[in-house]
Design a protein around this ligand. Structure first.
Ligand code: GAP
Length: 514
């Protein structure tokens, strides 16, 4: 099945089974804003807990905070967001559609990459087992020609972005004959900068209302609390502050479901280090964060690093962890060496000294910062995309199964009486009564047992427990495993440990520190 179709199916599956709904749907929706349903919120909370525990449980030198969304407007001046948090926009005069100039060019680069991959695929089919891919990529004239063109465009684009040269961005679009996907024409306007922050007013107009912003990242709430946490927590460098919270961006090209939203959630950690040690810590955090992702078992080959050509105004090194979504490798997390830019600027703009006295060095300095920043919603999408699976079963039957990592699955165990009589429902309820303190359980007695299994597969429940007449005689039940569909007869007393072993976050957390 084409990846595009898989993605469409995933989006409707998310709605049909209560994971994600379009916001304000009865009013025809609100673009790029989504609500999480009864299953989605459980999965989202589990992802957040996995991240939170990996930071504050596994590291005694990382603590958490929860800062407000509204902050003093000067914070966004100091952080550079008022002046530099912009997207370069271009309009097509015929279709009247607005695009991000950088996205148009990146799509063009991606098409060039696709041409190279097609050549490689064709050759791999032609040569079979004797195919030497590396040699082919290095010597095939057509691949080399495509690659040279691609690299030339990429270098020109990277320079234009670094120099914030809007005329050059437009010129690239014209030179490479990039057309509007709607009108098919090259009738473009100039490129203009567009600030992504949402703003509103605080206080009544009579008092003189103050323009405030909805935070576009949670990080600034950490920076402005640096001294509060360091002093009250008696923290010694190196140490980190973690935070999970909502962020808002007026994204113009909002697309791909929950991948690019206007209201989303971030999990960010700022790690404060000695000046000069930041690049060592940058490497360390790259490694730790990749381990966190891989421990989920979604497939190691689905991850790659993408180092930035264009560094943000505050960074001296930056990389993305990209995940293979149905629409290609995409950024899920950013790891940035933010230098002392933020703390230094808050010192300048607030007039308050924001320094750390290092008792070992006997001197004060502005700490450097390594940031790890991951979007909860993108993480959610990558987990769902990797888990979604359509299977044909023996006998021609089929099922949709979410192969979610058991530790973050919304429901851990479904308990089902085989029939709705003879005391089986009461027994099933009694089992749930004991399990519910540790696991999110679901009771289901409607329809045939086969249909009930399918419903649980579709929401990714790792275990189904069936209560039958034998249960009343010998206290045993059948436990069915989602992925293998294998069934075992076990004693009710064993359920706690069988389920507990598979669904605990501990097993994931242990893989990170191995
Ligand atoms: N504090 C640094 C920062 O915000 P970023 O690369 O702009 O860096 C970090 O964002 C992460 O936040 C991204 O890797 C992505 O997972 C998530 N993110 C950013 N914009 C988003 C959007 N519009 N919708 C959903 N997630 C988004």
């Amino acid at each position: 099945m084409a990846q595009e179709d898989v993605f469409k199916k995933l989006v409707s599956h998310c709605k049909e089974y209560g994971f994600v709904f379009p916001s304000s749907e009865i009013y025809d929706g609100l673009a790029a804003v989504y609500d999480y349903g009864q299953m989605g919120v459980e999965l989202k909370n589990n992802i957040k807990k996995y991240w939170w525990d990996s930071m504050v449980l596994l590291h005694e030198n990382i603590v958490g905070i929860d800062s407000a969304i509204f902050m003093h407007p000067t914070i966004w001046k100091a952080s550079g967001h008022v002046d530099a948090f912009n997207d370069p926009l271009i309009d097509n005069k015929d279709s009247k559609k607005r695009y991000r100039a950088d996205v148009l060019i990146e799509d063009c680069i991606a098409k060039m990459d696709e041409k190279i991959e097609k050549e490689v695929e064709k050759a791999a089919k032609r040569f079979g087992d004797s195919f030497d891919e590396k040699l082919f990529r290095e010597t095939n004239p057509r691949v080399l020609e495509h690659k040279a063109k691609r690299d030339e465009l990429h270098a020109r684009y990277a320079k234009a972005m670094n120099d914030v040269d809007l005329n050059e961005l437009r010129q690239i679009i014209l030179d490479y004959e990039i057309v509007c996907p709607i009108s098919g024409t090259k009738n473009w306007t100039e490129v203009r900068q567009f600030n992504l922050m949402f703003s509103t007013e605080m206080g009544s107009t009579a008092d003189g209302a103050m323009k405030v912003y909805l935070r576009p990242e949670t990080a600034q709430g950490i920076f402005v609390n640096f001294l509060n946490v360091q002093k009250t927590g008696r923290m010694r460098i190196p140490f980190g502050i973690a935070q999970i919270g909502k962020a808002f961006r007026n994204e113009i090209v909002a697309r791909q479901f929950i991948f690019r939203m206007r209201e989303f959630e971030q999990m960010e950690m700022q790690f404060f280090v000695r000046p000069g040690e930041e690049l060592k810590w940058f490497e360390k955090w790259k490694e730790t964060r990749l381990k966190w992702h891989k421990a989920l078992g979604l497939g190691d080959h689905k991850y790659r690093f993408h180092d930035h050509d264009k560094l943000a105004h505050y960074a001296n090194a930056a990389t993305d962890i990209e995940f293979e979504m149905p629409f290609g490798f995409k950024e899920v997390e950013g790891i940035h060496s933010r230098t002392n830019f933020d703390l230094g600027n808050h010192e300048k703009f607030s007039g308050k000294k924001i320094q750390y006295f290092d008792p070992e060095l006997g001197e004060s300095y502005t700490p450097y910062v390594i940031e790890t920043s991951i979007g909860v919603d993108r993480m959610f999408l990558s987990v769902m995309a990797a888990a979604y699976c359509e299977e044909t079963l023996e006998g021609g039957d089929s099922r949709v199964v979410l192969r979610l990592p058991a530790a973050i699955a919304p429901v851990k165990v479904a308990v089902m009486p085989l029939v709705r009589k003879d005391g089986l429902p009461e027994k099933a309820r009694e089992i749930i009564g004991n399990l519910r303190f540790d696991f999110k359980c679901q009771y289901d007695e409607k329809d045939s047992i086969g249909k009930r299994y399918r419903r649980q597969d579709a929401i990714g429940t790792p275990f189904c427990v069936t209560v039958d007449h034998q249960t009343l005689e010998d206290n045993t039940v059948t436990i069915r495993f989602r992925d293998s569909m294998e069934q075992q007869r076990v004693n009710i007393d064993q359920l706690q440990s069988i389920i507990g072993e598979q669904v605990s976050l501990k097993s994931l957390l242990k893989k990170i520190v191995e």
